[in-house]
Write a protein that binds this ligand. Sequence first.
Ligand code: ADP
Length: 732
Amino acid sequence: MSDHYVKATVQLEQMKSLDENAEKEGEHPEEQMPVSPPPASLSPDPSSITIADTSSTCKQGSNRGKNRNKSGKDDKNSCGKHITDNVGKNLNRLGHEQALHIKGAGRILQGKLETNGNYVTLHSSKNTQDTRREDGFKQAKKRRPVAVDSSKAKTSLEALKQSIKQLKWKEFPLGRRTACDIYWHGVSFHDNEHIVSGQVNKFPGMIEMLRKINLSRAMRTMQELFPEEYDFYPRSWILPEEYQQFSTQIRMVKENDATVTTTFIVKPDGGSQGDGIYLIRDPSDLKLMTATQAKQAVVQEYIQKPLLIDKLKFDIRLYVLIKSMEPLEIYIAKEGLTRFCTEPYQEPSQKNLSHVFMHLTNYSLNVHSGNFIHSDSQNTGSKRTLSSVLYRLAAKGVDIKKVWSDIIALVIKTVIAVVPELKVYYQADIPPGKPGPTCFQILGFDILLMKNLKPVLLEVNSNPSMRIEHEQEVAPGVFEYVPSPVDEEVKVGVIRDTLRLMDPGHKMPSISHLRAGGFEHGEEIPIEAETQDKTQDQGGALPSMCLKQVYPKYTKQFNYLRLVERIAALFIRFLGVKGNMRLGPTAFRTFIRTCKLSNSNFTMASVDILYIDITRRWSGAMSDSKEAGMGLQAFVEAFFYLAGRRFKSLVLKEQVLSLLELCEAQLESQLGVEDRRSASCSRALPRAVKPQTVGVTNPLLGSPAPLRRASSQDYRLHQRLKPRTLRSNVEN
Ligand code: ADP
């Protein structure tokens, strides 16, 4: 049996059994929400409340405990022993044991995660003895505590230290000469340079991607494709480039109805902690210039009717872990924070527009108000746990299950919006085939609940504060950092459980890693990944996992939204030079030619004009960028334009989908030709370098079309027809 055949058989077996489970898992994201009752003295009647999920914790222990137990015996987890959940078995089969028995073949395959974690090579062991020897080696390896480099942790250091201690792992506060398993960076992927293995808690490009302007652009692209699905992000304009559109639209609204008084919030692009934010009611109030240059900012519709508690506006800080980008794995922390304003809320009026303690929920601002309450309780004060707030709402009869599932949907959709560009950054920093670390990242989602309970996304922080102390005036004029119980409760849990999920001793190849194509569009194989709870790992001392997997768990509901990611895969495929993030004119022509998009009505001369027109406009918009050429956002615009030209009668998302299918089919047929060619000269060209050219096994370079087609069929099941969205100001 050839290796290729063995691989395929294994994959098929795994897919089949996981598909069965997928059927059970992919239901509506109606989750057990985090609700914690306050202490008895404060509690409303607890009988009216749904209390958080504990059953999943039982499952978790059962699946993950075994291998970590030093004695080698099964865990004495109170629930773990009794659960024989299928998903867990599959996980064990796939990653935990990493040994796959092929039915009828009597062979053992060994799955291996490469240093950069993105690829898995399956190779057959010579015999079972070898496998046992390797297993023994692995056991010995597992006993070594996980090494964490905390030298660049900055303000998250204290929470990280506590987490490492709880896990009984080993911290290297000054780093170490030999490689660590995990590098914890306080700011960016580049805090430590030259990491070639292990895992880093930051993705390259995340800071850039989540700046206010870039996030707004990514959300807008999704709003154009899927206006209903992305209506949780307030209408936004990018300044200064869209000043004209902004003022024209506002003027038109006012002309139609003079009584309408909309308020807008202006946020500087690179700002954080409320810095430089102000409210306006008229475009003429915009402060468009700094001393030397035009201000880059986002102006956004202000949510005038937020949900209030104790008459105060508040927002939610939700921690979200992107465990992996390829395949996409998202976890949400069941516990978060809520930050309260310190002045009772009133709807905006000309008089109160400048009252920051009324309108802005930032801790960093409100802490300076005389009314800020530092509280030891998690249910009172100006910063509370999310669960205590949900508890309050539940007690008032609010359907918090619905609120929670809306929040999960918002998170998944937002991540789907930013992933395409992140992939471009990723391949530039960690080119396929080169050794590099894998990445994961905790993000801070700021979410506002409207009075009607609809969650609205305010922003996503690439570096949410993980500080667990706050400044306090211990004597007049003397400030000290003192522990903040609420922060500690939430943030240590998030960091500790992130580490548990990233534990290299327990890392398992994800399903799509095991596939030839690598890319996982259309795969609907939810993994109940909270099965990774290792409550018993450290002598049973750890609390249950606070992180809950939501993707790929809800792949079925959201996969159809991943269209731009497929455009990004095309873009990356034609980028060519490693480290590049922009497409040159020749590469753009090659894309058009390869995908056979030009014809007598759309000549290569028109292609060049299109390229120049769009690239020029975007290079004006991206004033901070030094690199010439067409970036992903510009390419997406060009793609939408081409799709509109070709499939005139369809709505935008269908146009885009149709063009994607066409391009992918062309590439697939090219692939066939290249495959045949390379088979005939395989001795001359080592197989390992081939993905660079044709993008077969490199997940960043796209997938074979059959997989993609599965996802588009999936898309069709979900689509609802909508009137055509107009886009593109390129002349037809
Ligand atoms: P920063 O990064 O400076 O904190 P945010 O976008 O989080 O910027 O905005 C700061 C605060 O302003 C938020 O915490 C929230 O209280 C308020 N805010 C932001 N956007 C809106 C909006 N569209 N509607 C209502 N309030 C908003």
